[in-house]
Structure formats: structure tokens, C-alpha cells
Design a protein. Structure first.
Length: 322
């Protein structure tokens, strides 16, 4: 009798465990099937998004970083509209499928016409890369206010106009990326570069505020902050510094600074524009872009020194560098 009871109890225990194991297997099978279904759906969605060609509008595409970025983005598979004042300099890009647009950031009509053309052709702008800009160096007392305003028009207000025109289309499609090419000059100041730095500091603040405003609409705002890059920018800035300083009380120090700038920007120490261009491509293709990318010769070390050194010590250091 006792043996029967024991056998019955064992059978019940085994049956209970078997039933529990079967239940667990059924649940596991269900979740595995669900996981595979969701994975398949996600992959299909990603495939559809990737196969639908994204439209890029990049300014300052006639030379330097902008030219190289347009080339790299096209090679990656984006449809690229390259904008610049000197449209003839972009003719080699046309053979790569890049569409040149004439745009002057100091001319509102020019900006509106360019955006309207892209929208009429494509119905959307997925990625806006604000790369156009220039640096006009000189002592604050020497640089005419008209020149300072022109620099702000190009480096900030023209850019802002472009952002205002593109945002409604990005909001409508609930997706977009705005990449603003700032500079390490937006986080530290070099000698005789007050007006240029003012535009870049303004762009940094503008971009930070914009990033928070448009996040709810699925739009990312990214800052690229290059250091010393092997382009014409530095030699042009050095020449502007020389022109504004001749026969002024600042001539001695300004002309020495201009000479140092020219030597630096014609040296082999600077970073190739392709490095920055590759960073731009990475920022628009990664799933979760960083708010800032600090890249190029001297950028990280100078920003770090600016953060840790006493102000007067950094002033002395930077006056020897530039």
C-alpha cells in the first residue's frame, strides 16, 4: 500500500514537472517566434529606409571641407545638392551626380530660391549641412563694422535663414539632421580673431538651443568643430589680418601674428579635409549621433588647455601660437 502511494506521488510529481516544462517550452517558443517576427519587421523597415535615397543639401561645397564632404556623401549613396557662390568651381562634382546650386548666404532671395528648387525636385530635404563660412581677422578697432556684419550674415544669419526654411519640411516628415560646421574657435579665442570667434560662439549657442527645440520632431542637430585644417581658410584669414593692420597702432603684433598664421596654414602639420568630411558622413549615418564632434589638428589639446589653464596663462600661450 505504501509503495503504491509513493509511486502515485512520484507520478504526480513527474507529471507536474513535465507539464511545467512543456508550458515553459511553449512560452519560450512563443517569445522566440515573436522575437523573430519583430526582428524581421525591423530589418524590413530598416531596409526600406536605407533603400529610399536621402536628400542632402550642403553649403560651401565649392572647396575644402564642403567639396570633400559632398563627394563622400555622394559615394555613400546620398543624393547631394551642393551650394556655393562660385558654381563653376563645382563642375567636377557634377560628374559624380552631385547637383550644383548657386547660393549666397548674404542674399535671402538666393537662399529661398535654392531651397525651393530642391523641394520642387525632391519634395524633401533630409539632411542640411551648414558648412559655408569664412574668417576675417583683425584688431577689433581696425575691422570695419560693415565687415563684421558681413561675417555674421554669412556665418550665422544666412545659416539661420536656411534652417528656418528647411525645418517645416523636416518636421512634416518627422525626421531630419542639421549639421552645423562650427570650429574649435567657438570654444576658445585666438589672437586678433574677435569677430570670427564671435560668430562661432554664437553658432554654438544657436545650435545648442536648436537641438533642444527640434528634438520632439525627430530632428537631430550636430556640431562639427574642426581644428587646424589644410584649406585656404587660414591663408585668407592671415591676408585679411595683414590688410587691416598695416599703418595702424596694432601693426607690429598683428603682422607677426599674420606671418605665424600663414606659416601654420602652409605647413604639413594640418589635418586633411577628408578627415572632417568623414566625420560629417559618420554623423549623418550613425543611429545616435553625438551633439559635438571635435576633430583636427590642435582641437582637443587647445580646448582642454582652455578649460584647465588660468585665463591669463592661456592668453600668453595663444599669442605665441597665433
Amino acid at each position: 500500500m505504501k509503495i503504491k502511494v509513493i509511486i502515485i506521488l512520484l507520478e504526480n510529481t513527474v507529471r507536474s514537472k513535465v507539464n511545467r516544462l512543456i508550458s515553459l517550452l511553449i512560452v519560450k517558443s512563443y517569445f522566440e517566434t515573436l522575437r523573430q517576427y519583430m526582428s524581421h519587421r525591423t530589418k524590413n523597415g530598416e531596409h526600406k529606409r536605407m533603400t529610399k535615397q536621402k536628400i542632402v543639401l550642403i553649403t560651401g561645397a565649392s572647396s575644402g571641407i564642403g567639396y570633400q564632404a559632398a563627394e563622400n556623401l555622394s559615394a555613400y549613396g546620398f543624393k547631394v545638392y551642393g551650394a556655393a557662390r562660385r558654381i563653376e568651381k563645382m563642375s567636377p562634382l557634377s560628374s559624380l551626380g552631385i547637383i550644383p546650386l548657386k547660393m549666397d548666404l548674404t542674399d535671402e532671395h538666393s537662399i529661398k530660391s535654392a531651397v525651393a528648387h530642391v523641394i520642387s525636385q525632391e519634395g524633401q530635404i533630409d539632411i542640411l549641412i551648414n558648412n559655408a563660412g569664412y574668417g576675417s581677422y583683425g584688431a577689433i578697432e581696425n575691422v570695419p563694422i560693415e565687415e563684421a556684419k558681413k561675417q555674421f550674415e554669412t556665418n550665422l544669419f544666412g545659416l539661420a535663414t536656411l534652417v528656418q526654411l528647411v525645418l517645416p519640411h523636416m518636421r512634416h516628415q518627422k525626421y531630419g539632421r542639421i549639421v552645423n560646421i562650427s570650429s574649435m574657435a567657438g570654444r576658445m579665442t585666438t589672437y586678433m580673431g574677435a569677430w570670427y570667434h564671435a560668430t562661432k560662439y554664437a553658432l554654438e549657442g544657436f545650435s545648442d538651443a536648436l537641438r533642444m527645440e527640434v528634438k520632439p520632431f525627430g530632428i537631430d542637430v550636430i556640431l562639427i568643430e574642426p581644428g587646424g585644417i589644410k584649406t585656404d581658410w587660414g591663408t585668407i584669414a592671415a591676408e585679411n589680418l595683414r590688410k587691416t593692420s598695416v599703418d595702424t597702432p596694432y601693426a607690429e603684433h598683428a603682422l607677426a601674428a599674420s606671418k605665424r598664421m600663414h606659416q601654420l596654414y602652409t605647413s604639413s602639420r594640418l589635418t586633411d579635409p577628408d578627415i572632417v568630411a568623414s566625420t560629417i558622413v559618420r554623423s549623418v549615418t550613425t543611429k545616435r549621433p553625438k551633439p559635438r564632434y571635435l576633430v583636427g589638428y590642435g582641437a582637443k589639446i587647445l580646448i582642454s588647455l582652455h578649460a584647465i589653464l588660468p585665463t591669463r596663462m592661456f592668453d600668453k600661450l595663444i599669442q605665441k601660437v597665433v
